[in-house]
Design a protein. Structure first.
Length: 687
């Protein structure tokens, strides 16, 4: 009895000690939480992989994303009783020890997957004391994690050579894809590599990799897991070289989306639009030269999700490593729409209100128009469309610069004053006298397109539903926002671009440009359908670019961005129609008719000379034929490269191009007089 009592006391004491040790020295599971990030777009297309802070490629493993055949084969080789033991497989330990005694060398260490996981969490020399610690840690891990979680942790930390850890990183490096589907030879290699990762690296030691793969294939064949045919095919398959690079697109945008998130990220970006915006930015920056950089933002207004964000045209251009969408710059005149909107809210003005565009001094401040001319009394709509400075300062004087700045800050776009002695906002704020970022301008223009409600931008897909439901901050009334949009839609378009309201089903673009003092920043911002778009052009160091204004440098790019956003994301109509230019005249905010006098030869109205015509699919819908238009004596006949045009049911001449490229379009009147234009068709064959 005494012996039993002492034994019980000893067991209780041992258990108490083990319990205390377990609480004092818990397993360091946090190492498995330090993982790389794979940022994908909203549809799951990989964009960029971001390594751990210590520069390891280690992605969190999820069993549902890993080929189940690999899991079965791994457990057959490494730990057949994994689902049944409690961390230490005592049967396996005895068998491994007996096998080693018979062989006169260590044949198998008998370590379970859980024990190997403990070793990966706390690397130690292969000694007997280390083995005992691993066994203790294995029981601790089993008490804290489920079997599935243990297996995922193991597959997250498994070494695969160099700075590659975990099955996902290995599969990306050696096979160029995720491990959701693996062939027999790939399964064998991924099981063999962790056993001797540096000796069996296929990129550095292909012979060692081949030997290790053959050994695993042989074992799987002995276990009956592979038949002879599959085993031979796995043995003789080509060895991968490890030449696959991890995805590295959308550098700045993915960094922002991954901020404050652990593990993989589903960004709100659209990979196809993002790639096209990056290419567009690089092309324009290269053409402009002089170390020119670009920043582009495309925001989905209903959700505030960022669909494309280009932080710089290239990291090879000076300042390209900076995310220029997050750098505060003078917005020039880009804030004028919001000044007038607040004036509309206050009842101080409307679109038809007459306002003085005359020289005026405000204490020590005397604004001037960009062209240094004045137009007398003008309507507010004209003042905004033509970006007149004095009327905007008059409106801000009525609204109050401090109140205006506070409203911007509450909306999520706080203006910044640099170098001022008192840091108080003055009337110069109307003309860009404070700094804002492209992201903040996107918040403001998205609010303009959402009835005046401002919300933060959203960078991940999971935040979109929450943002859609959020009320946001009302910075202006819906009526005022709608009136401002109506005015901006009627602003003069870039040279060679037809106003959207005159093109059937074209997206209606409400836009405003801005140019900072000294030509340092060129801006274009606007609303096109469900998208808010911001474009900045300049130098990262803030150096001037003489003569480069928002209208000449940024606005044409904004229209290109709007076209491509409508094409990839959907919009209010056929974005390709925005590629159809037309000569125009603006008077009192309305388009006047062309001169009605007829020349000797026919006058071709559409297509105009040297036009680019989009004829690709839009959101899956087939392209519609173009309708020719012109003036001449009697009814005109139309020819494309010498072939007569088709006629639709209404008797109109139409043309459905079948290929991309250049064409000659000819109009012939009843007297045989002709006119020709050369046009280019694009979009056919693009996906």
């Amino acid at each position: 009895m005494i012996w039993l009592k002492r034994s019980a006391i000893a067991i209780a004491a041992a258990l108490t000690v083990l319990f205390a040790l377990d609480r004092i020295f818990p397993p360091p599971l946090e190492r498995g939480e330090t993982v790389s990030q794979l940022v994908s777009d909203r549809r799951g297309r990989p964009l960029r992989a971001i390594p751990t802070p210590d520069n390891y490629w280690r992605f969190q493993a999820h069993l549902e994303d890993i080929d189940p055949i690999f899991i079965e084969a791994l457990l057959e080789v490494e730990d057949q009783r994994f689902w049944r033991h409690g961390g230490v497989d005592w049967t396996g330990m005895v068998r491994a020890a007996w096998s080693s005694v018979l062989a006169g060398r260590v044949v198998s260490g008998g370590s379970t997957i859980t024990m190997q996981t403990a070793r990966l969490l706390e690397p130690r020399p292969r000694t007997i004391p280390s083995k005992l610690i691993e066994m203790f840690r294995a029981h601790q891990i089993e008490a804290r994690l489920s079997k599935e979680e243990i297996l995922e942790l193991y597959l997250t930390l498994t070494p695969y050579g160099g700075n590659i850890e975990g099955i996902r990183a290995a599969s990306w490096r050696y096979f160029g894809r995720s491990p959701d589907r693996l062939s027999d030879d790939q399964i064998a290699l991924l099981i063999a590599l962790p056993q001797s990762p540096e000796v069996r690296r296929p990129d550095l030691r292909p012979q060692g990799a081949d030997a290790g793969r053959r050994a695993i294939v042989a074992k799987l064949e002995r276990l009956g897991y592979l038949d002879a045919g599959r085993a031979e095919e796995a043995r003789t398959s080509q060895m991968p070289t490890g030449a696959y690079a991890f995805p590295s697109d959308a550098w700045h945008a993915t960094a922002r989306a991954a901020r404050d998130v652990r593990g993989d990220v589903r960004a709100s970006l659209d990979a196809r639009l993002q790639a096209e915006m990056e290419a567009l930015a690089l092309a324009h920056a290269t053409e402009a030269g002089r170390e020119t950089q670009l920043a582009i933002l495309v925001v989905d207004i209903p959700t505030r999700a960022v669909r494309a964000s280009v932080g710089s045209a290239s990291r090879d251009i000076a300042g390209g490593w900076l995310d220029l969408t997050a750098q505060a710059r003078s917005p020039g005149s880009a804030l004028k729409p919001f000044i007038y909107a607040m004036a509309f809210d206050d009842g101080e003005a409307s679109a038809l209100t007459r306002i003085a565009d005359l020289p005026k001094r405000f204490a020590s401040y005397q604004p001037d128009n960009f062209d240094r001319t004045f137009r007398g009394d003008v309507r507010v709509s004209d003042a905004l469309q033509h970006s007149l400075n004095v009327p905007a300062v008059l409106a801000l004087d009525r609204v109050g610069p401090e109140r205006f700045a506070a409203t911007l800050a509450l909306a999520g776009a706080p203006p910044r004053i640099y170098g001022g002695a008192d840091h108080e906002f003055g009337l110069a704020l109307a003309l860009g006298g404070a700094g804002l970022t492209a992201r903040e301008l996107a918040i403001l223009y998205a609010a303009l397109g959402d009835g005046g409600r401002a919300k933060p931008l959203v960078w991940t897909a999971e935040e979109e539903a929450e943002s859609r439901a959020a009320k946001g901050f009302r910075m202006m009334e819906a009526e005022s926002a709608g009136e401002i949009l109506s005015i901006l839609r009627r602003a003069p378009t870039p040279e060679g671009r037809m106003p959207g309201r005159l093109t059937a089903d074209a997206p209606q673009i409400a836009f405003k440009t801005g140019t900072s003092y000294g030509f340092r920043d060129a801006w274009a911002a606007g609303v096109s359908g469900d998208h808010a778009i911001v474009v900045w052009v300049g130098r990262a160091d803030g150096a001037p670019r003489p003569g480069e204004t928002g209208r000449t440098a940024a606005l044409p790019i904004l229209f290109e961005v709007a076209d491509r956003a409508a094409y990839h994301l959907g919009g209010d109509g056929d974005a390709g129609a925005r590629l159809m230019p037309e000569r125009q005249h603006e008077a009192d905010g309305a388009l006047t008719s062309f001169d009605q006098s007829r020349a000797e030869a026919p006058h071709i109205l559409f297509p105009p000379k040297d036009a680019e015509l989009w004829s690709g699919e839009i959101n899956g819908a087939p392209a519609r034929p173009f309708v020719f238009a012109g003036r001449g004596e009697g009814k005109l006949r139309w020819f494309i490269d010498g072939e007569p045009s088709d006629i639709d049911d209404a008797g109109l001449p139409i043309w459905q191009p079948t290929r991309a490229g250049f064409y000659q379009v000819r109009a012939v009147d009843e007297d045989g007089r002709t006119s020709e234009v050369r046009v280019r068709v694009i979009g056919i064959g693009e996906s």
